[in-house]
Design a protein around this ligand. Structure first.
Ligand SMILES: Nc1ncnc2c1ncn2[C@@H]1O[C@H](COP(=O)(O)OP(=O)(O)O)[C@@H](O)[C@H]1O
Ligand SMILES: [Mg+2]
Length: 332
């Protein structure tokens, strides 16, 4: 079907019947479109006016499909209030909200792809370079070479695992096995995992738990993963002689779990971005330490899946860092 050669007019109203308020109480502002072509024409009209070429399929129900296939720039377009009544204004508003979501999703998708490509490139290039050097007889296939190859393939494996984890968590299709747990039990499990490694690194691990905290309802494994990530980061950024402190404190129907360190600290400009996928505050150093920059994104997605929040604070470089996971405490 061709693009309509006129702006939508009130005449289109003839095919679009506003639902009378009395019909239903749950969707009082819904519009019933008994001619889907009319809706498609209406939307196409707006887009065409903004300079987009729009084709509308004969099956009006595919109007959304049409929108999905057009140039991504199309989602930059917004529909103005049509002045055709409240129902049309609501329709325009929903359309604009949908366009905004598509635009954001498109932006994230493009950035994720670029980030993944960037992350894959370095280890693959290193592996390929070493193999070529070995083949050409420029490099012996000795233990140091093997170590590099193992390292780089481990980095790719970690990237694949982290990407899968963050995608699952962010898509919201995690199945959480919630059980009531005392906060000190959670912290004890984490310190049990890390104490030995911390001691070997010359870092002291302390635990402080406020008395009389309520039980939190968490998936033991997933919340353990959050705390593990935080302690791994703390340990990585804390030199020998430093301290990592795990604390549990109470608030109104909330329990906060804190992982604080006396290490490198974080400059204020990095704080707002730490939970973004692939974000590293100190690119060169964090990369050589093997981080993929996804750990905190996983922490955030897992915490939010529990109905909680996660925040980071630091007084700046050299002043240590503190991460706080806040979890709801069910009443009773
Ligand atoms: N305890 C910490 N002290 C200082 N910087 C930290 C700390 N935890 C995280 N960061 C910074 O946040 C970035 C993102 O952390 P994360 O998502 O876990 O990625 P990764 O650990 O793979 O680098 C890190 O690269 C680091 O720059
Ligand atoms: Mg990390």
């Amino acid at each position: 079907m061709k693009v309509p050669d006129r702006r939508p007019s009130a005449a289109d109203n003839g095919q679009v019947t506003p639902t009378p308020d009395t019909t239903t109480t749950t969707a009082r502002r819904a519009v019933v479109v008994d001619d889907e072509q009319a809706l498609a024409r209406l939307v196409a009209g707006y887009l065409e006016r903004d300079g987009f070429e729009v084709s509308v399929t004969h099956d009006g129900s595919q109007a959304v499909g049409v929108l999905r296939e057009v140039d991504p720039d199309v989602v930059v377009s917004r529909v103005p209030a049509a002045g055709l009544g409240a129902e049309f204004d609501d329709l325009a508003e929903s359309f604009n909200a949908m366009a905004a979501r598509l635009q954001e999703a498109e932006r994230l998708r493009a950035r994720l792809l670029a980030d993944v490509a960037h992350e894959v490139r370095t280890p693959v290039a290193t592996i390929a370079g070493y193999l070529e050097a070995v083949e050409d007889g420029l490099q012996p296939m000795d233990e140091p070479t093997m170590a590099v190859l193992r390292d780089q393939s481990a980095r790719l494996t970690r990237l694949a695992r982290d990407l899968a984890a963050v995608t699952r968590a962010e898509a919201g299709d995690l199945v959480l096995t919630l059980e009531p747990l005392a906060p000190d039990e959670l912290l004890a499990a984490t310190t049990g995992t890390w104490r030995e490694r911390a001691t070997a690194a010359g870092v002291d691990v302390r635990v402080q738990v406020d008395p009389e905290l309520g039980h939190v309802r968490v998936d033991r494994q997933r919340m353990g993963q959050v705390l593990d990530n935080l302690v791994a980061n703390a340990l990585r950024h804390t030199p020998a002689g430093g301290t990592i402190t795990l604390r549990a404190t109470g608030g109104y129907q909330r329990v906060a779990l804190h992982v604080s360190d006396t290490g490198a600290g974080i400059a204020p400009e990095h704080l707002p971005h730490l939970f973004e996928r692939f974000y590293r505050a100190d690119t060169a150093r964090d990369r050589t330490h093997g981080g993929s920059g996804i750990g905190l994104a996983i922490c955030k997605a897992l915490t939010e899946a529990h109905g909680g929040t996660i925040t980071a604070t630091s007084d700046g470089p050299g002043a240590g860092a503190s991460f706080t996971v806040t979890l709801p405490v069910p009443p009773g």
